[in-house]
Ligand binder design. Structure first.
Ligand SMILES: *Cc1c(COP(=O)(O)O)cnc(C)c1O
Length: 420
């Protein structure tokens, strides 16, 4: 059991034995040897079909050869320059072309940096201080947004080390609840710079906006001089070529991107309307900078990946999502399980909850312990999903029909184990 030994050792050197909290599941995480396509191998020789996919970035699967070829050529030409390259313009054009709200873009290194910078920009642009986020939404691990956060933070108390002075400007509201937001804006709207949201909440399971809700947010923000920020770090290039804003037909003022945009390498971005984006330094006075911003390797991989995405790509990918969700729905119905399957396009999750889930409070009523039994059983059967009820599963171009059929069988028997 090499993974078990490595985990014991890693806990001496890395807090909790890992570099990001959600990776540390019980009894111990597996340590990875290599990955290719839809498959992941651990150091003990086990192989898994991967539906975690790096928590979202790998829409083409692991190490797609056409992307890796370009990356190896780029590596020979240097790995970071501290000076601009033509490829940054090319990638910016592709992003602007695909994403409805994007007139200009700034490339950064992670989704966390993207939301931190977009929020600063919104404050700079509006001259207001407060932001609104939704309960259970995850926008990265910086101080402004670690309030009632999703992802790994959904299972922990609010983080220490964040001054009240910082979070007093972060208001939170329940998702899919127009009345609650109206009240908040009525009382504090004069000092709200932005509302930031995951248009599909992907860090507390998978929750879609109810019909008309995004339109409501668009309208109420416009009427109150509040910027609307879609955090599309998951949904960008995932639910459609232009992200959730294309899928639902609602255009925000700013968007934050990450995960898929780096083609499997670290990268984030924020983009939006020209008059807002031009406030970013050096063209304007909202400061944002980074040694590795626009890193040539990430840009190369991101550009090659985004160039693969077109309507045919999504048609094929989304069919796989439909297949797995409807197979799970059949299993639930045939066995009369108190579960519900959710998701759209190539995202899916099972809530261990018999009631529909439309916000954080509903999601938290799910049986997270039974979910973990289900997760462990799936792992035994060679299927890797994120180890938490409060994450979302993903599909990639690399997943074959055979992968899906094997997985559906594994899901059926794992649910049986979890619910017995
Ligand atoms: C993952 C995620 C982030 C943070 O991105 P990192 O690259 O991990 O910093 C922000 N917002 C959403 C919606 C995410 O899913």
């Amino acid at each position: 059991m090499k993974s078990e030994e490595l985990f014991k050792e890693s806990q001496n050197y890395l807090p909790g034995g890992v570099d990001s909290p959600v990776r540390a599941f019980k009894p111990h995480p597996f340590f990875v040897e290599k990955a290719e396509g839809s498959q992941l191998w651990d150091v003990d020789g086990n192989v898994y079909t991967d539906y975690c996919l790096g928590y979202g970035p790998l829409i083409m699967g692991h190490a797609p050869s056409q992307i890796m070829k370009g990356v190896s050529e780029q590596i020979k030409k240097g790995t970071t320059y501290g000076a601009p390259t033509q490829n940054e313009i090319e990638l910016a054009k592709v992003v602007i072309n695909k994403v409805p709200c994007a007139d200009m873009v700034r490339f950064v290194n992670s989704g966390t940096e993207a939301t931190m910078s977009a929020i600063r920009l919104a404050r700079g642009f509006t001259g207001k201080n407060k932001i609104v986020k939704f309960e259970g939404a995850y926008h990265g691990a910086h101080d402004y947004v670690l309030v009632k956060s999703g992802s790994g933070a959904a299972c922990l108390p609010d983080s220490l080390g964040i001054p009240e002075d910082t979070t007093k400007n972060t208001l939170s509201a329940p998702f899919n609840d127009p009345e609650a937001l109206k009240d908040l804006i009525e009382s504090q709207g004069h000092d709200i710079a932005a509302i930031i949201l995951e248009p599909v909440m992907g860090n507390i399971g998978c929750i879609e906006p109810e019909k008309g809700y995004l339109e409501f947010l668009r309208k109420i923000t416009a009427e109150n001089d509040i910027l609307l920020i879609f955090d599309e770090v998951i949904t960008g290039f995932r639910v459609a070529e232009g992200g959730a804003q294309e899928y639902y037909g609602v255009t925000p003022d700013l968007v934050t991107l990450g995960k898929i945009i780096g083609g499997g390498f670290p990268m984030g971005a924020f983009a939006g309307k020209r008059e807002i984006m031009e406030m970013i330094a050096p063209s304007g006075s909202v400061y944002q900078a980074g040694t590795f911003n626009g890193n040539p390797i990430s840009v190369n991989a991101g550009l090659a990946t985004l160039n693969e995405l077109n309507s045919g790509f999504y048609r094929t990918l989304n069919k796989k999502g439909h297949k797995i969700r409807s197979a799970i729905a059949d299993i639930i119905e045939d066995n009369d399980y108190d579960l519900n399957v959710v998701g759209l396009s190539s995202m899916f999750q099972i809530y261990f909850n018999k009631n529909p889930v439309k916000n954080y409070a509903d999601a938290k009523k799910s049986d997270a312990d039974k979910f973990l039994t289900y997760f462990r059983e799936l792992l035994q059967q060679g299927v890797f999903i994120p180890p938490s009820q409060f994450e979302c599963c993903f599909l990639s171009q690399a997943h074959s029909t055979q992968d899906l059929e094997k997985t559906i069988e594994a899901i059926a028997s794992s649910l049986q184990v979890a619910l017995d």
